[in-house]
Design a protein around this ligand. Structure first.
Ligand code: IPE
Ligand code: IPE
Ligand code: MG
Length: 250
């Protein structure tokens, strides 16, 4: 990777929102002859590196796919270990989040989580609520289809209670019923781990997201990878359905 990549970034064109599917923890550990949980532990260090780099670059929103609805189907021992890791990471990282002025946010079905996880998350969210730096959103017990169904149910309730009429349902009102509101759609999706799929992440929000798939495992991710992706993002032309001529500055 080029060394002076930071210098190539256009500071006036920093993406607002970067979303990451942090995949490959288990394989990273297995390659080293370790239990999968060591990969998850190493993954928390990569989270810290990604957050530091994103905050430094002036990215406003970083959203991390931390645990999917489907991940509940993993062996109970791994699920328990992941939940314990979540609680201990929140405790260990709180000072770091405060120092970096990070605002913590959660999307997903939090009611599914064990009580100590819910408590740890609520405490960290409250403690960081007044911070004005980057918003770190953790998607936990999250799936895009679940979120869309939740939004549909919410709108049905609003119609039944006559808060809104059926005619008022459109893309904007639907978007407002999603967990991610009022965060803008991701400009960039990064997936580590070598797979080319989105595994039920932010299905509605990624309609026009630029995607980057990396062969490296998540514990290997560092700030330099993020810099390289931002450079590549800035070289892409986002047309949103228009022609190239229409979107180019005169
Ligand atoms: C991503 O790493 C973390 C979670 C899904 C919780 P994996 O645990 O999926 O690692 P691999 O893909 O099996 O290597
Ligand atoms: C996606 O990774 C979910 C998270 C990173 C939390 P998975 O490892 O669960 O995805 P699949 O099963 O390979 O699609
Ligand atoms: Mg995986």
């Amino acid at each position: 990777m080029p060394k002076n990549i930071t210098n190539q970034i256009d500071k006036n064109n920093i993406p607002q929102h970067v979303a990451i599917i942090l995949d490959g923890n288990g394989r990273w550990a297995k390659e080293k002859g370790l239990e999968r949980i060591y990969g998850h532990q190493a993954g928390t260090e990569a989270v810290r590196r990604a957050l530091t780099a994103a905050a430094k670059m002036g990215i406003s929103y970083l959203t991390l796919y931390t645990f999917s609805t489907e991940n509940w189907n993993r062996p109970q021992q791994e699920v328990n270990a992941l939940m314990s890791l979540l609680v201990s990471s929140l405790r260990n990282e709180l000072d770091n989040l405060m120092e970096k002025r990070v605002r913590l946010n959660i999307i997903g079905n939090i009611a599914d989580l064990p009580d100590d996880c819910q408590k740890g998350l609520q405490e960290a969210i409250q403690a960081t609520a007044a911070n004005t730096g980057i918003t770190l959103t953790l998607a936990i017990s999250y799936s895009g289809r679940w979120e869309i169904v939740q939004a549909a149910k919410q709108l049905v309730r609003q119609i039944q209670s006559k808060q809104i009429s059926e005619q008022e349902i459109n893309e904007e009102t639907f978007m407002k019923a999603l967990n991610t509101f009022p965060i803008p759609d991701p400009d960039i999706l990064i997936r580590t781990g070598g797979e080319y799929r989105i595994s039920n992440f932010l299905l509605w929000q990624m309609a026009y997201t630029e995607m980057f798939f990396l062969p490296i495992m998540w514990p290997e991710f560092d700030g330099q990878h993020l810099h390289e992706i931002i450079c590549q993002f800035q070289a892409r032309e986002r047309r949103f359905g228009k022609t190239s001529e229409q979107v180019q500055p005169c």
